[in-house]
Design a protein around this ligand. Structure first.
Ligand code: SF4
Length: 345
């Protein structure tokens, strides 16, 4: 496919968005932006990027932060393993590599939370290495450009698209090429409404010619979604309540939430179940649905005044005005912002 790279680079240089991580060649900042932008839109990720750069201007600052501080700054962005891995990798760079960011694709790939896509992005953008990136945008652009319906979530599909991306790459300028193809996917070759009339490669695009744009890319599996019914208990005692740090074997690891009970669908806690929290009655204080990639959470919040707080594993007693200091899942923030008891605190 001759000229593909020249066409998209030319388009990119005239149409790219002005984004802060495009004004730097600091590997730490590019790495940070790439981790934030995994599974996150630019509009949502921007304020988090700016906050992290302000709070942790160097990899040393990030390495020396506590996990609670990092998770608190990540709060609301979701996929919290990204924050934990980012923090672990910063410590590794600071402690094991004398603070020097690795410079080869292989070494970058060793960093926790960095997969092939992110390693290719960093090594091409920062170090000019000839590694083609393949992310969701690139799968979409290439599957349409080549009118290729091999499912992208199969071994065969991945191999095919990685090879195609590498073949199309301009090895003399992999940085601009990679950013151009991703920007084309983000701005023009979008999932539901590709703007083919304003696409720089429409004359070369086989799916445009055949009218198959909206059928591509193909995925073989549907994501299995689990429905969970969580009941949270706000046990209030003298303006204090209990929060607990979540364990390692479930979503939101390392974040804080309230004592919780998971029950079957459409069933409320019984009197005997309430006994574990030393309470006999509760008042409902809100219901929320929260959508994660593999789970739909139906949460119900219950409030009870107690004379003394019960002993619950991993829980701590916190004043209601200090809740804000602890990293919490977005679901709980939504509840706290809406509850008459807590809103405005
Ligand atoms: S012509 Fe349309 S489908 Fe083809 S790459 Fe451009 S925007 Fe995507």
């Amino acid at each position: 496919m001759r000229d593909f790279s020249a066409l998209i680079k030319n388009w990119y240089l005239q149409n790219r968005r002005n984004l802060p991580w495009r004004a730097t060649n600091d590997p730490y900042k590019i790495w940070l932006s790439e981790i934030i932008l995994q599974q996150t839109r630019v509009e949502q990720g921007m304020s988090y990027y700016l906050k992290f750069i302000e709070h942790y201007p160097t990899v040393k600052d990030l390495a020396e932060a506590t996990e609670d501080e990092v998770l608190k700054d990540w709060q609301g962005l979701g996929y919290y393993s990204r924050a934990r891995n980012l923090h672990a990798a910063a410590k590794y760079i600071h402690n094991e590599l004398e603070g020097k960011f690795p410079t080869t694709y292989k070494e970058i790939l060793q960093l926790k939370g960095v997969g092939e896509y992110t390693a290719s992005a960093i090594s091409s953008i920062v170090f000019g290495l000839p590694k083609a990136v393949v992310d969701g945008n690139v799968y979409r652009v290439l599957s349409r450009l080549l009118n290729e319906d091999t499912p992208i979530d199969t071994t065969q599909g991945k191999k095919l698209f990685v090879e195609a991306a590498q073949e199309l790459l301009d090895e003399n300028d992999p940085s601009t090429h990679n950013q151009a193809v991703m920007e084309l996917g983000a701005l023009v070759c979008t999932p539901k409404n590709p703007d083919c009339d304003n696409c720089p490669v429409w004359e070369k695009c086989l799916s445009y010619e055949k009218g198959t744009q909206l059928t591509l890319p193909v995925k073989s599996k549907k994501t299995k979604v689990t429905r969970r019914f969580l009941h949270y208990f706000l046990l209030l005692c003298d303006e204090h309540l209990l929060i607990r740090k979540r364990g390692t074997n479930d979503i939101w690891r390392g974040l804080y939430d309230f004592p919780v009970m998971e029950l079957p669908a459409d069933r409320e806690p019984t009197k005997s179940e309430l006994k574990q929290f030393n309470i006999t009655s509760v008042t409902e204080d809100g219901q929320f649905k929260h959508v994660l990639s593999h789970q739909h959470i139906f949460a119900q919040f219950w409030m009870a005044e107690v004379h003394s707080l019960p002993e619950i594993e991993n829980s701590i007693r916190v004043h209601i005005n200090d809740l804000d200091s602890y990293p919490m899942p977005r679901l709980l923030i939504r509840y706290l912002e809406s509850s008459q008891q807590f809103a405005g605190d």
